[in-house]
Design a protein around this ligand. Structure first.
Ligand SMILES: [Zn+2]
Length: 77
């Protein structure tokens, strides 16, 4: 049983990249490792500000669920 996995046929076409390159969601430039998944700190800040301002909702969840998008906005707590 020892060393049985050492050799063998490689499944052709099944190459899984370690880290798939993703474009920056803000400006579509290639993202960097340091600011992944953004291309720069600036874009990360932009994305964050979108979240904070509330204009950035998860699209798939938002679609169809919101009845009146104009009513919401001011969060009174
Ligand atoms: Zn960017």
């Amino acid at each position: 049983m020892a060393g049985a996995r050492k050799t063998g046929t490689k499944t052709s076409g099944e190459v899984v990249p370690l880290r798939p390159a993703r474009p920056c969601p803000i400006c579509d430039k290639s993202s960097t490792r340091a600011n992944y998944p953004f291309c720069s700190k600036r874009c990360a800040d932009i994305d964050l500000s979108h979240w904070l301002s509330g204009s950035y909702v998860i699209a798939s969840a938002e679609e169809g669920l919101s009845s009146d998008p104009e009513a919401g906005g001011e969060d009174d707590r």
